[in-house]
Design a protein around this ligand. Structure first.
Ligand SMILES: Nc1ncnc2c1ncn2[C@@H]1O[C@H](COP(=O)(O)OP(=O)(O)OP(=O)(O)O)[C@@H](O)[C@H]1O
Ligand SMILES: [Mg+2]
Length: 400
């Protein structure tokens, strides 16, 4: 009898590495090149949960394992530009500071601001953070500080005649701290850095798209790497192989999992992970299990999805109902009447707001998905879509 592997071979919390990571060979090659080539700038952009950060972190690790210097600063939660500065300083200290003993003092000496140092209990490293009072200063001053930190890292690398790879993950959040001016400031700063290889990564479609078209802040500055789904055949085989580590009888569930979960890697792996738990309990996995497991996830996420639904206006809710159930375009008279949508201009505005808020996607080269629904819109999350079908269509007398 084959040995039963107890730990689940699919991971969905945070980024994945090692055996939990598959594919992305071409993307990794481009990313490593960008992180090591002086003055290079690569924009990695694609929808949420596609696997951007995991791929980039794997590239960062490859660079560091080969004796280079690269780090990732996660800017997604920053509430001020100063928070971004702290993220960059901390990530740089953890990676580069470990290799170059004088790195931190060198950077601080190049900055004209007060930096406090605290021992990190986990790594034992002295970690820098900017004066808290700076968070209250105007955004212009804060952005200048951000530029000065990147300048200092570039100058330090230049003095050592080397290149540092910097990933600014969810970099588009800079927009919160000064709109387009902030984006242009960032361009002005990074275009001067001949000793940094940048990766700018992001998932907020409407912001990034505007940056890369003519007259946008990143126009002709960056190489572009649209980040799409993993090849479905490859992923399906990989899922089946990992399912089999359970020692159980497993049908081809990889393909059906991808079909039910859609193109986003995390959604697919989430269904695979739960399916594996099912395999361990039942000793087998069939097509029926895939559907059962998918609905289990929808049920488990009910509270969150219900809260999400309740946070929307009645008009937004009606547009979502139309997206799942209408057989015609969103602004056609038939759809407008059936789903009580009001004037067509308002419908388009609401749909755009739902796209910008991350609830819907629309047919667009950016999303790597041709939207096959009659409305031309689809849900960002397959779980929210299923929830809307299961829980809200009967409100308007439609079958679930
Ligand atoms: N190459 C991969 N192999 C296997 N699983 C992956 C891979 N890439 C991503 N995943 C799965 O997707 C999840 C999300 O990955 P990751 O956080 O890298 O995506 P992201 O595009 O950065 O998402 P976000 O938009 O939330 O920042 C991982 O936890 C893992 O479950
Ligand atoms: Mg990410």
């Amino acid at each position: 009898m084959k040995k039963q592997v107890i730990s689940n071979p699919f991971r969905i919390h945070g980024v994945v590495e090692g055996e939990y990571f598959t594919d992305r060979t071409d993307e990794l090659r481009l990313m490593v090149r960008s992180l090591t080539e002086p003055g290079s700038k690569l924009l990695v952009y694609g929808p949420r949960r596609m696997g951007k950060t995991s791929a980039i972190l794997n590239a960062v690790n490859q660079v560091n394992n080969k004796g280079g210097h690269a780090f990732l600063a996660d800017l997604s939660t920053a509430s001020t530009a100063v928070d971004m500065c702290n993220r960059i300083l901390a990530a740089a200290t953890k990676i580069v500071g470990k290799k170059w003993k004088s790195f931190l003092t060198d950077i601080i000496s190049r900055l004209n601001i007060s930096v406090s140092l605290n021992h990190d209990p986990v790594t034992g490293l002295l970690m820098p953070s900017l004066d808290l009072n700076l968070r209250g200063t105007d955004s212009d001053k804060q952005r200048k500080t951000l530029s000065s930190i990147l300048d200092a890292i570039n100058d330090s690398a230049k003095e050592r005649k080397t290149t540092i790879g910097i990933v600014l993950d969810e970099f588009q959040e800079i927009h919160k701290f000064g709109g387009e001016t902030a984006e242009w400031d960032l361009r002005g700063t990074i275009q001067q850095h001949g000793n940094i290889g940048y990766i700018l990564a992001g998932s907020r479609e409407h912001l990034i798209r505007r940056m890369i078209i003519g007259h946008g802040s990143l126009y002709k500055l960056v190489d572009k790497l649209p980040f799409g789904p993993i090849n479905p055949d490859h992923l399906a085989k990989w899922i089946n192989l990992r399912m089999k580590t359970s020692g159980a009888r497993v049908e081809d569930v990889g393909g059906p999992i991808i079909r039910i979960a859609g193109p986003r890697t995390r959604d697919i792996i989430q269904v695979a992970r739960k399916c594996y738990d099912q395999v361990v309990v039942k000793g087998r996995a069939t097509l029926d299990d895939v559907e059962y497991v998918f609905n289990e996830i929808v049920a488990e996420e009910n509270d969150l999805l219900y809260a999400c639904w309740n946070s929307l206006t009645a008009h937004q809710q009606n547009v979502l109902r139309a997206v799942v159930a209408s057989q015609k375009g969103l602004t056609t008279q038939e759809t407008i009447t059936k789903f009580s949508l009001g004037p067509s201009g308002t419908v388009s505005n609401t749909a755009t707001a739902l796209v910008n808020a991350g609830h819907l996607v629309r047919d667009d080269a950016y999303t790597h998905k041709r939207i096959a629904t009659p409305t031309g819109y689809d849900f960002d999350s397959p779980f929210f879509k299923a929830w809307v079908i299961q829980h809200t269509l009967s409100d308007i007398g439609l079958p679930q």
